[in-house]
Design a protein around this ligand. Structure first.
Ligand code: 2AL
Length: 242
C-alpha cells in the first residue's frame, strides 16, 4: 500500500479539501492519499514573502510524514515552495506541482502556456520554467489577476477559463498548465473550453509520485539532497533542529 502525502502549503482548508479530492480521483485504488495544510503559515501564497513563510510549515509536515512512514510527497502550490529542502528531509520522492505539470506538458506537446493568479506570480512561474529546463517550451505565463482565495467564485472561474482559451490561441501552445492548485477542481471545465491538453499539477504530481514509488525510485541522498547537517536552530525555529 503506497501512502502519498499531499501538502497544501497554504492554510485555506476548503482549498485543501478540493486538492485532496483531485488527488484521490487520479490515485490508484491501492494508494492512500492524505491531504494536509500546515498548522502555521499564510492562508494563500501569492508573493515571495508568503512563499518564504509557508516553507517552515511544509517542512514540519514532511518531518511528520517521515515519522508516519509516508512513501512520497506532493507540494501542492505552484511556486513549489520548499521543494529542495523537503527533498533533504524525505526518504521517498517529493514532487512540486509546477514541476510535475511542466514535465507533463512537455511530454504532450512542444510548447505550453501557464495561466496563473496575480501578475506578481508571473516571475516565479518563469523562474521555475528556467529551473526545470522548460523556458523554451514555455510560450507564455498569463495572469488572471484573481487572488487565490477568490478562485472559488463562479465568476472568477469563468474568467480563468476564458483566459486559458485565449492564452492557448495567443501563444500557439500545444498544452495548457494551470498555475495554481486552486484551479485543480475545475480542470475539466478548462479542458472543455480549449482544444489542447490541460494539465493540473496536483493530479500530475500525485500520479508521478505514485509511479516513482512503484518503480522503487527515491530522491538521491548523494550530495545536495543528503539529509541536512545537524545543527542548532534557535528562537521560533528551535523545533526544526535536525
Ligand atoms: C498558488 C497556489 O498554487 N497555492 C497558493 O496559495 N498560491 N499559486 C499561485 N499562482 O498563486
Amino acid at each position: 500500500m503506497t501512502h502519498i502525502k499531499v501538502i497544501n502549503p497554504n492554510t485555506a482548508l476548503a482549498m485543501t479539501d478540493a486538492i485532496g479530492r483531485c488527488a484521490r480521483a487520479v490515485a490508484s485504488p491501492s494508494t492512500t492519499v492524505t491531504t494536509v495544510s500546515p498548522s502555521m503559515g499564510p492562508e494563500s501564497i501569492e508573493s515571495h514573502y508568503d512563499e518564504a513563510l509557508a516553507v517552515p510549515g511544509v517542512l514540519a509536515e514532511v518531518a511528520a510524514g517521515e515519522r508516519e512512514g509516508v512513501d512520497a510527497y506532493v507540494i501542492a502550490c505552484f511556486g513549489d515552495p520548499g521543494l529542495d529542502a523537503a527533498r533533504e528531509l524525505a526518504t521517498g520522492p517529493v514532487l512540486g506541482i509546477a514541476e510535475a505539470a511542466m514535465h507533463a506538458a512537455t511530454m504532450l506537446g512542444r510548447g505550453f502556456s501557464v495561466v496563473t493568479t496575480l501578475s506578481r506570480t508571473v516571475g516565479r512561474a518563469w523562474d521555475l520554467a528556467h529551473r526545470y529546463g522548460f523556458a523554451t517550451a514555455c510560450r507564455g505565463v498569463h495572469a488572471s489577476d484573481i487572488p487565490v482565495l477568490d478562485l472559488e467564485r463562479p465568476s472568477a472561474r469563468a474568467a480563468v477559463i476564458r483566459l486559458c482559451a485565449e492564452a492557448v490561441e495567443r501563444d500557439g501552445s500545444d498544452a495548457l498548465v494551470l498555475g495554481c492548485a486552486g484551479m485543480a477542481d475545475f480542470c475539466a471545465e478548462v479542458s472543455r473550453a480549449t482544444s489542447v491538453p490541460v494539465i493540473d499539477g496536483v493530479s500530475a504530481a500525485t500520479r508521478f509520485a505514485e509511479s516513482l514509488v512503484a518503480l522503487g525510485l527515491r530522491t538521491s541522498a548523494r550530495g545536495e539532497y543528503a539529509p541536512p547537517r545537524p545543527k542548532r536552530y534557535s528562537g521560533l525555529l528551535r523545533d526544526f533542529t535536525y
